[in-house]
Write a new protein. Sequence first.
Length: 147
Amino acid sequence: MAKKSLAFLLTVSLVTFLFIFQTTMSNMLYLYQMGMPVDLAMVLFATSSDLIGMNFHGALPPIILVISLVFFVAFLVAKLLLNWITIEKKYFYAFAGASGIMALVTLFPPLVWDMEMYRGAQSVFGKIYLTATGALGGYIFGINLKG
């Protein structure tokens, strides 16, 4: 049980970092396109600031809690379905992670009056990237499970 919990926490932490990093890079790209100078120091500062801000100082619930909840539901459903489906766990958990994050970035805006709350999810590419991070997280979680 401890190994599963640790794998879950590490997976959530990795996906949270990748989620926030992509959101920060979307903002940096926008600033660069507007003619503002964007250097490595600014990128590092913005990333570290967003890691703290999106988890402790935001108007939204902390993103690490949102991703934890999404993964908890997705992985619980995957575990239940794996009782009837014969497929390698790592692939099914990857599918579950991708499905959970895709549901978050596509279904969340209609719930809040069509406002895109996460800048990194505004474009189709952003949604694809975030879905891929969910798949990566699910895969990593799946390979850390026994049997």
